[in-house]
Design a binder for this molecule. Structure first.
Ligand SMILES: [Zn+2]
Length: 315
């Protein structure tokens, strides 16, 4: 039996190169056959919490057990795992915990007959965001017509403690020049919709917040960016079993960028490509969940190369 969590993962990766390990009771000392002198006893000792290795026979030693792995993508994973090993939980301090909610943001699902609420409600329904989504995702309208955010549907995002960490303010009228007004937040430091995410279940990465609501199952909006280091750290830490990337059919550049980054961290994403001109935000939840389950393909190296070629042709 492997120890749980990171240490078990570190051992199983090292064993690919070094063969079976002997593990001390406290799981902090590992013994392997030495790859340098090949002594017939397991004389290469690894101290996990110090990230050191040392052979008692030939003196082969160093800091950073990832140096022992012959496979470069394994080495990247090892480097990250050893970095996090002595932490109980992925470090949260650099995450932004909360932002202030403007006081004119009001819950959309009420009986208020304010035209501001009704117009926003109608827009929400038109986008397929029915009472179910309005309630679950706590969508809001802007109750003050002089507000910077007036005439917008507010989609809030909450961190895992239920604190507001971001929001989208989407214009409800087409003639509005700025489709979105969003708070200035360093997006690489937050996990949008984390309150709804179970990291130990498969996750679905999508482009926007409406897409994520429509998927309605463990979906994280990337908001046009590359998947952040923070998301990758959480995936590795929680050993998320599958990572799906759901995108419209011609977002090759975006897809290539994200697949490439995930593969570099030893995560093979499953790709779900929609038909061209189809946007997940316009499709219904049942349809999206069905194609996620039935129409995904692993993004292996060959497919990644194909994506690279396709994305080069993109303007
Ligand atoms: Zn040795």
């Amino acid at each position: 039996m492997y120890p749980n969590g990171n240490i078990g993962q570190i051992i199983s990766i090292l064993e690919k190169t070094l063969g079976k390990a002997d593990i001390s009771n406290d799981e902090n000392q590992l013994a392997f056959y030495c790859p340098k002198c090949r002594h017939h006893k397991k004389k290469l000792s690894i101290t996990i919490d110090k990230n050191l290795f040392h052979c008692w026979v030939c003196n082969y030693s160093g800091k950073g057990v990832h140096k022992l792995s012959k496979n470069s993508s394994d080495a990247i994973v090892l480097k990250r795992l050893t970095k996090w090993t002595n932490r109980k939980e992925v470090k949260e301090t650099k995450e932004i915990t909360n932002i202030n909610q403007p006081k004119e943001f009001k819950r959309l699902l009420t009986s208020s007959s304010s035209p501001l609420r009704l117009n926003t409600y109608q827009y929400s329904i038109k986008r397929g965001l029915t009472d179910y989504y309005i309630d679950k995702y706590n969508l809001m309208y802007v109750s003050d017509p002089t507000s910077y955010y007036s005439n917008r549907l507010i989609i809030p995002s909450y961190n895992k403690n239920g604190e507001l960490n971001y929001f989208n303010a989407r214009a409800i009228y087409d003639d509005e020049k700025m489709k979105y007004k969003n708070p200035k937040v360093e997006k690489s430091l937050i996990i949008p919709f984390e309150m709804y995410i179970s990291w130990d279940q498969p996750i679905v990465l999508v482009e926007g917040m409406i897409d994520a609501m429509k998927v309605d199952y463990n979906a994280i909006p990337l908001m046009g960016n590359t998947v952040s280091d923070l998301i990758i750290e959480k995936i590795l830490y929680y050993k998320t079993p599958s990572v799906y990337l759901l995108l419209d059919g011609d977002a090759y550049k975006f897809l290539y960028r994200n697949c490439n980054k995930l593969i570099k961290h030893n995560i093979t994403p499953k790709i779900v490509l929609l038909e061209k001109d189809k946007d997940p935000g316009e499709l219904d939840t049942q349809y999206l969940q069905t194609i996620i389950l039935n129409k995904s393909r692993d993004c292996n190296f060959e497919y990644l190369m194909k994506l690279k070629l396709l994305s080069n042709g993109e303007q």
